[in-house]
Design a protein around this ligand. Structure first.
Ligand code: AVI
Length: 333
């Protein structure tokens, strides 16, 4: 075990989950945040998605990290405090830890069991590393629970999870990360690139229906945790590319007119009505650099794969580069 292992629990309360879900089901169109996918079963299904032939992002990003890890480590600066947002695949972080050799590693994730399991395994395998794991919803304001002032800071935000935020929210999240890093801090971030919509369609609607199970698991979670009565066979998974917004969307489509009860409240669906459960924005390199610039970063370096499927950006916090207060959506258009 590493010399220090600490766990900080800022997991959102069940009341917050209930309020967000009932607000989302009352909205028109109905929507639920993709952050709610990641209960234990959802995190396991997501791991299975990353192994699918159709789901190119994970293995492509790993290929980029394998190829350029040393260059990335040089830019990020060794012996730093490394914050990881949405610590998912331990394969990616291990590649970075090997190259970077940080002093402190702070994984942050909303999925508690998943986080503890992977952080403990890392602490066992990297005895020199101080591990401080924080279970938190980083889509809202978040704290850095342990941060010795003398260590330079860097952050790793892999997997194109930034694409699951609306552009304005993505810009605001990047700004909050910049505040935690401070001027001169580095952010290494994976961003999925724009591409042939058919390829995206396949990646988000795979032949084995693992993504469908991942999407439908959200209803199961609501049934279990919020006393819901969704009948899963009355809904199906739909993925579609929205070219105006540059995003792939996931929905759950109601097969019939029906009424569902969640947390004591009734919600009506007409046949064909959907719950929008996820958007996954795809950015060109220039679009993402513009967003990063708006959020207070200078683009330092970008690496892509040979097929131009995925990008990994190294950004440096530079508070002077904030591009005014216009909406991020405008900034990337
Ligand atoms: C976690 N996130 C970046 C994934 C994505 O590609 O947007 C979630 C996912 N949804 C369906 N497949 C994977």
């Amino acid at each position: 075990m590493s010399k220090t292992f600490n766990f900080y629990d800022f997991h959102p309360a069940l009341a917050d989950f209930r309020a967000e879900v009932t607000d989302g089901l009352r909205a028109e169109p109905k929507m639920l945040s993709p952050k709610f996918f990641y209960d234990k079963a959802g995190s396991e299904l997501f791991d299975a998605i990353t192994e699918l032939t159709e789901y190119y992002p994970s293995r492509t990003e790993i290929g980029i990290l394998e190829r350029h890890g040393e260059d990335m480590a040089r830019l990020l600066g060794r012996q730093c405090l490394l914050l990881e947002l949405g610590s998912g695949s331990s394969r990616k972080i291990r590649l970075l830890l090997d190259a970077l050799q940080p002093r402190v590693y702070m994984p942050m994730d909303i999925s508690r069991e998943h986080l503890i399991g992977s952080a403990e395994a890392l602490a066992a395998d990297y005895p020199e590393l101080e591990v401080h794991a924080a279970c938190a919803d980083y889509s809202a304001e978040f704290e850095i629970p342990y941060g010795p002032a003398h260590l330079p800071r860097a952050a790793f935000f892999p997997g194109s999870s930034i694409g699951n935020f609306e552009p304005t929210a993505a810009g605001e999240l990047l700004q909050r990360v910049a505040e935690h890093l401070g001027d001169g801090g580095r952010l290494l971030i994976g961003v999925d690139l724009k591409k042939d919509p058919l390829r995206l369609q396949r990646a988000y609607d795979d032949a084995e229906q693992v993504t469908a199970a991942f999407n439908l698991n959200l209803l199961q979670r609501i049934n279990r945790e919020l006393d819901g009565d969704f009948e899963l066979q009355q809904f199906s998974h739909r993925a579609l590319y929205n070219p105006q917004q540059g995003r792939i969307e996931m929905h759950l489509v109601s097969h019939v007119d029906q009424t569902v009860t969640v947390a004591g409240e009734r919600f009506s669906f007409v046949a064909g009505e959907t719950i929008h459960t996820e958007s996954s924005y795809k950015y060109s390199v220039a679009e993402f650099q513009q967003l990063a610039n708006w959020a207070g970063y200078q683009a330092e370096q970008v690496w892509t794969d040979d097929e131009q499927l995925f990008s990994v950006h190294c950004l440096r916090v530079d508070s002077r580069s904030t591009g005014g207060r216009q909406e991020c959506r405008e900034a990337v258009n």
